[in-house]
Design a protein around this ligand. Structure first.
Ligand SMILES: *[C@@H]1O[C@H](CO)[C@@H](O)[C@H](O)[C@H]1NC(C)=O
Ligand SMILES: *[C@@H]1O[C@H](CO)[C@@H](O)[C@H](O)[C@H]1NC(C)=O
Ligand SMILES: *[C@@H]1O[C@H](CO)[C@@H](O)[C@H](O)[C@H]1NC(C)=O
Length: 284
């Protein structure tokens, strides 16, 4: 009995795959959800639309545009008196998705289930959308304290940012690319990226536990800003970033209660991954 049903299903799946292959090279702009699937050594790998274009387990999941739409982006960036809000017209949804597409095969916004995916987008954009007083510059404004390294970022993105940092201010796609690169790339090789921390791909060591560093939004602030915002209790600089994240969770319908308890959400009590003070001093 079963065989009767199995055959049409298999045939249907093959048909879908064949039709996808046939349209894969027409620019892919028509249907962002077209899925290609293959098995490699027992692992299922996918390519999905133009957004998740490298064979990856992550591309089998929802892509960002499938759960985060243009009107939601507008909501996030228009309703607040944030520098990003003021620069509406510079930051736009398409630039974000275009930039994200490079990193979706690596797990940006495509790790875990839909809830984790929406939380990661809220967290990343919470960082981008927050500011403390004057720590912004230009239109493509990102927090300067976001530990930018134009040399390394430019190398990764194949743009000469060292000699032309102004490109970041002129091009929203590039600005988002640089920000997502920072989110996805460890600052030091031995350390986790903000992404790894957030999606709990990072396992805290004994030292981390002693320093109260746990997977979650708080530790992403720790890795990105360290002593500038962490380990000083509930200071404004930290709360400003936290409140953006919470606000975005609410706007996306996830709800701020999903952010977890205070010690996960904030870094108020955490010791910095990279303490400013503990740089080995050349003892005199
Ligand atoms: C894809 O999503 C499922 C849940 O829907 C999750 O269990 C799985 O870990 C995700 N895959 C990747 C590669 O993140
Ligand atoms: C903006 O940057 C992106 C990514 O580097 C690049 O593909 C695009 O051509 C740039 N746009 C302009 C107008 O320079
Ligand atoms: C743990 O912390 C101690 C003291 O700060 C340090 O000497 C040691 O190198 C750390 N271990 C690791 C694995 O980071």
């Amino acid at each position: 009995m079963r065989g009767i049903f199995v055959i049409p299903v298999v045939a249907a799946v093959l048909l879908v795959l064949v039709s996808n292959v046939a349209t894969a090279d027409n620019g892919g702009s028509s249907d962002p959800t077209k899925l290609l699937v293959k098995m490699v050594k027992g692992k299922t790998l996918c390519i999905k639309g133009w957004e998740c274009r490298e064979w990856s387990i992550h591309c089998c999941n929802l892509t960002i545009s499938e759960y985060f739409q243009s009107y939601q982006f507008e909501n996030l960036f228009s309703k607040r008196n944030s520098p990003v809000g003021k620069a509406v017209g510079f930051w736009d949804y398409f630039s974000f998705i275009t930039a994200a597409a490079i990193y979706e095969p690596l797990g940006f916004g495509t790790t875990g289930g839909k809830l984790m995916q929406m939380k990661e987008i809220s967290a990343f954009l919470g960082h981008v959308g927050s500011k403390t007083s004057s720590e912004y510059y230009g239109r493509g404004a990102l927090p300067i304290y976001w530990n930018y390294n134009y040399g390394a970022a430019g190398e990764a993105l194949k743009v000469d940012l060292l000699n032309h940092p102004e490109y970041i201010e002129q091009n929203a796609t590039l600005a988002f690319q640089a920000a997502i690169w920072r989110w996805m790339t460890p600052i030091k090789k031995s350390q986790p990226s903000a992404h790894d921390i957030f999606v709990a791909k990072w396992k805290p060591t004994k030292n981390d536990t002693l320093a109260k560093r746990v997977p979650g939004f708080g530790a992403t602030m720790n890795i990105l800003y360290g002593d500038l915002v962490c380990g000083q209790g509930d200071i404004d600089a930290m709360n400003n970033i936290v409140s953006h994240y919470q606000y975005y969770l609410d706007l996306l319908g996830v709800g701020r209660e999903e952010a977890g308890p205070h010690e996960v959400l904030t870094c108020a009590e955490q010791l910095s991954f990279n303490p400013i003070s503990s740089t080995p001093a050349s003892s005199s």
